[in-house]
Ligand binder design. Sequence first.
Ligand code: F6P
Length: 314
Amino acid sequence: MPFSEPGKTKFQVDLRRHLRNQGICDNLIHLICEIAEAGKYVINAVRTGDLGVAGTSNLYGEEQLALDVLSDRIIRKRLIHSGVVCNIASEEMDEIFQAQADADGLYSVAYDPLDGSSLVDVNLAVGTIVSIYEGCNLLQKGRNQVAALYILYGPRVSLVYSVGKGVHEFTMNHLMEYTLSRENIVMKPEGDMYSPGGLRNKYQEGTEKFVRYLEEKGAKLRYSGGFVPDINQVIMKGKGIFMYPALNGSPNGKLRLLFELNPMAFLVENAGGAATDGKQSILDLEPQSLDHRAPVYIGCKAEVAKAMEFVSGN
Ligand code: F6P
């Protein structure tokens, strides 16, 4: 049920109140609210923290920024103290961290604490991405997620979540409270916008043909280089497609299934869109490891179907 009728003065609906209306259990409400709270410390770090390198690298050999390490610590601490989390995996940690052993009534969380962190020093938008499962198993299909969310740190801070019953956006107000700004977001079946990741001269033939098809039909190129703002644009405008395809030399593209693709695919599918690796739905992929990567085409249903047509010939 909508919280306000058109034409009537809107009262502010906060995140916890909205979650209570979703018919989910108290532990999950508590967990999502704890993650939202952690986001307030992450945005503070993004706005004022050290922009230097941490002197360490992550599991993928990428140099960690001080902000990556700090954001990871902020979120991990909050998850551990929530008391409702069993296993934790982060893009910045080498292995799964066990917060509690017993799976009963607990959740496991995979997250990317500060996706696109290298964009902070040029003042572009970045975000936190979170995927939540029941029990202790983190290596399962994305379709089994019970919730997914991202927090976007842009000119405004917004949090977009789904527990499988619609996709909802909250915007941080001057008191740092998350208040409902869009409810039950629904994407259009197709749209005239595309966000192409990766070097074009490394695109495989099918992807190159797909991009030419998009250009010929007049689609606008809109790519910031930050996965969270780029996906947020597709969901909020309700149109277009984001892709990070297989590249010559990188057949699995760049983006990680657990930390990036599954949570975003869950959100986009719940908003009426689709996400594929070119052959099957992202949410049906069986993760082989924490580092599982896959090509992705994600956005409006018709565009994603068209992408599959083109790249299946790759
Ligand atoms: O995975 C990190 C990330 O920065 C994403 O946020 C973004 O979509 C992608 O990498 C950008 O990669 P590239 O710089 O190759 O376009």
